[in-house]
Design a protein around this ligand. Structure first.
Ligand SMILES: [Ca+2]
Length: 345
């Protein structure tokens, strides 16, 4: 927890702990002089019914779902004007460090650009190589600077949507470096679980807990796409992918092969394609019912504490899995019409 000496374990469950956490939050949020009013927050958090400018922040090589989400965003120009893709750090069995995870994500984004024929120059940026060292200590990266640049070009009437599907280090570092950009942003972040899920820990949040705490504290208009409790229902199977995507074009084959390689045993096996949920919110918010809730306080064990005096965020409650996958598979299956080099000869 920020700025406090390490107390005994039992302290973290006490009311005194919660009070001190809230007190720190209040002190911390005073730094964000451009904090929006409650009515401005509520208005900014209305699901957009139009095409929006967006950037995508992705730990693309972390597993096999980000690739679907990147392509879903690129294939939804009717709702998403995708202006940049940022590589986010991750550290798991597919990387040797957060920096290695970021670099592998960057290379994976380049691979997808190569499959589509999209020039990555000025479009794909490396992100931060390490989590925040503290809640007021931003990391530096090309992605952070590009996000600040694009946010400054946006406006409260035409905000930049930041679709985050990995650790939020890049996003929060930009906000910490330049707090006034929150007036021009809406962050749609997939991270944390639902408030009533059986356990609090979640991958994107755990990759940079300090950044996650700032994201929920700083007052930026935030749409939370919970992982467990919401996007874990976005599951597919190898037989379904073979029936709907395999053989359609090179991009579909790449995605199907990735999913197959993720498990040695496909019998009665399903895989969540979590990250398409964040993109789906912008494609059709009718598929992602949501409501305003008071921003939870993320405490050190990754669980939430609540105070109804806190600002509002929007939290998605459910995903219409069939509608989302129908749209996703339709777009992927015909994507060689938009990206001719993906066509099979
Ligand atoms: Ca991800």
């Amino acid at each position: 927890m920020r700025g406090l000496p390490a107390p005994p374990e039992s302290f973290y469950n006490s009311r005194q702990f919660l009070f001190l956490q809230l007190l720190e939050d209040f002190e911390f949020m005073k730094n964000f002089s451009s904090k929006l009013s409650a009515s401005q927050q509520a208005e900014r958090l209305l699901p957009p019914q139009r095409r929006v400018k967006a950037v995508l922040d992705t730990d693309a090589y972390n597993e096999i779902d980000d690739q679907f989400a990147i392509l879903y965003a690129m294939l939804s120009p009717e709702k998403i004007d995708l202006q940049a893709i940022y590589a986010a750090l991750f550290y798991n069995g597919r990387s040797s460090s957060p920096a290695d995870g970021m670099e592998k994500s960057y290379q994976e984004i380049l691979k997808i650009c190569g499959l589509t024929g999209r020039d990555p120059e000025g479009f794909v940026f490396r992100g931060c190589r390490a989590p925040l060292e503290g809640p007021e200590l931003p990391q530096e990266s090309e992605a952070v600077n590009d996000l600040i640049r694009k946010a400054r070009q946006a406006s409260p009437d035409d905000p930049l949507y930041v679709i985050g599907i990995g650790a939020c280090t890049n996003i929060v570092s930009a906000i910490l470096k330049c707090p006034e950009i929150i007036e021009n942003l809406v962050v749609v972040w997939l991270g944390g679980n639902t408030r009533d899920w059986v356990y609090p820990s979640e991958f994107n949040l755990s990759q940079d807990l300090a950044a996650g705490q700032v994201l929920f504290d700083c007052g930026v208009p935030l749409v939370q796409i919970p992982a467990f409790g919401v996007t874990n229902f976005l599951i597919t199977t190898v037989p379904e992918l073979e029936a709907c995507l395999a053989g359609k074009n090179k991009i579909c084959d790449y995605l199907v092969d990735n999913v197959k390689a993720y498990s040695n045993d496909h019998f009665a096996w399903s895989k969540a394609i979590w990250d398409v949920g964040a993109v789906a919110y912008l494609v059709n918010s009718g598929w992602t019912p949501s409501s305003l809730i008071h921003a939870p306080v993320v405490v050190s064990d990754h669980s939430y504490a609540f105070d109804e005096r806190r600002h509002f965020i929007r939290s998605v409650q459910r995903m219409d899995r069939d509608a989302i996958f129908r749209d996703l598979f339709t777009k992927l299956g015909s994507c060689h019409e938009r990206f001719p080099q993906a066509a099979k000869k």
